[in-house]
Ligand binder design. Structure first.
Ligand SMILES: *Cc1c(COP(=O)(O)O)cnc(C)c1O
Length: 415
């Protein structure tokens, strides 16, 4: 049987991720392969490390890629840091907090969970109280949780963890590049991400960074594989329970030893390097500001069409907004109409928000004025045809007003 070449439909992906990849990233990914230890390849690996230090805002030597989607980075961090029986605190305020809990449990850790209602985040005092009560080795928390569209403020948590002797891990998959994130300044030990949100690439590579304290924990469990072990390499009693995600060996593969571990996913590395290069070239602050501007325009447009915005807006992520599905509208059939008639994808919701909230993203390559205006125009038609009273042009008009007023503000500021 013969099959046709892949020819996906044209879509504008305005959901909570994945979003359309930047064409420059796709072009980088069409480059030819080189050998695993070709000097060109090891140079690309080193450049990728340096670029991601810029993205994470860190000087951590241990800044690299884990092959796999974002949860590969999460698993690598958890399974490498946690020994069975280690205590972990996981504050949960959305779907991805539950994922951290799940992965920590499977790593054999003793997991303590505190929960917040979806649509809210924790105060630093609540987090500190739980840390004092549970005395964890590791606090594992999500920064921006796309399931609720909120970002947990993390700027004070590093100091709190340090005071109580805990390491701090943050899943920044959804927030990095679109929201202010300062790994070193905030005292975060480990962070992991993915490419398919604000980084403007496809899923399949997970950037990770580890502080020296975290590297020390990982390396205390180092056990080099038989077959490539040299004389004098130690064999430990409690090796990391995953071979693929064994950060102690992966760090030696990315470091000067170039220990033979997996074959780095070359094409994904080309893409991940280009994602970081584009962001660093744009400037991290500029990229965050771009996400803030287009995210705000989307919110203004939605509000002007009479839609209610979900969650505590003081801590909303720049790059995704939750909007309450109006009465009389079937959320899924409206999404289908958007997709089939306009080629635009927006997101549904999970758990307690299922059927109640749509999630609309403006992130990565799609954090742009034209994508915001098109999405608002199309959504207006879908709502009107579904019987919702919307003033014609109100969404697009409000977004245009916001762009105009912000442009004149910045001109005034520049004078
Ligand atoms: C999107 C997202 C992920 C996705 O994980 P994948 O393995 O790439 O599907 C993980 N964590 C957070 C916080 C996310 O928003």
């Amino acid at each position: 049987m013969s099959s046709l070449p892949i020819n996906p439909p044209q879509r504008l992906l305005m959901g909570p991720g994945p979003v359309n990849a930047d064409p420059r990233v796709l072009r980088a990914m069409s480059a030819q392969l080189v050998g695993q230890y070709d000097p060109a390849m090891t140079a690309y690996m080193n450049e990728t490390m340096e670029l991601y230090r810029g993205v994470f805002r860190t000087t951590n030597e241990a800044t690299l890629l884990i092959d796999g989607t974002s949860r590969a980075g999460i698993e690598a961090a958890m399974v490498s840091l946690l020994q069975p029986g280690d205590r972990v605190l996981v504050p949960v305020f959305g779907r991805f907090g539950h994922l951290l809990r799940e992965i920590a449990e499977r790593s054999g850790a003793e997991v303590h969970v505190i929960e917040r209602e979806w649509g809210t985040v924790f105060t630093p005092a609540e987090l500190e109280k739980a840390i004092i009560e549970t005395k964890p080795k590791l606090v594992a928390i999500v920064h921006g949780d796309t399931s609720t569209t909120l970002a947990q403020p993390l700027d004070e948590l590093g100091a709190i963890c340090a005071k109580h002797g805990a390491l701090l891990y943050a899943d920044v998959t959804a927030s990095l590049g679109g929201n202010t994130f300062e790994l070193d300044a905030w005292g975060i030990d480990v962070a992991t991400a993915g490419l398919q949100k604000c980084l403007g690439g496809p899923s399949g590579s997970s950037p990770i960074t580890l502080s020296q304290a975290a590297v020390d924990v990982v390396n205390s469990r180092k056990s080099i594989e038989a077959g490539i072990r040299s004389e004098g390499d130690e064999v430990v009693a409690h090796p990391i329970r995953s071979n693929y995600f064994d950060l102690s060996q992966i760090l030696d593969y990315w470091g000067p030893k170039r220990l033979n571990h997996h074959t780095e996913a070359t094409t994904m590395l080309y893409g991940a390097r280009e994602c970081a290069r584009l962001l660093v070239d744009e400037g991290m602050d500029v990229a965050v500001e771009r996400h803030r501007l287009h995210g705000s325009a989307m919110v203004e447009g939605l509000r002007s069409m009479g839609l209610a915005i979900f969650g505590d807006q003081s801590v909303r992520m720049n790059n995704v907004v939750g909007v309450t599905i109006p009465d009389g509208i079937d959320g899924d059939s409206a999404r289908s109409t958007l997709l089939n008639d306009f080629g635009i994808e927006i997101g549904t919701s999970f758990g307690p928000l299922a059927g109640k909230v749509w999630r609309i993203g403006t992130m990565g390559y799609n954090a742009r004025r034209d994508t915001v205006l098109l999405t608002l125009a199309a959504l207006e038609q879908v709502l009107r045809r579904g019987g919702v009273k919307v003033t014609a042009g109100s969404g697009v008009g409000a977004a245009l007003d916001l762009y105009e007023s912000e442009a004149s503000d910045s001109e005034t500021a520049a004078v």
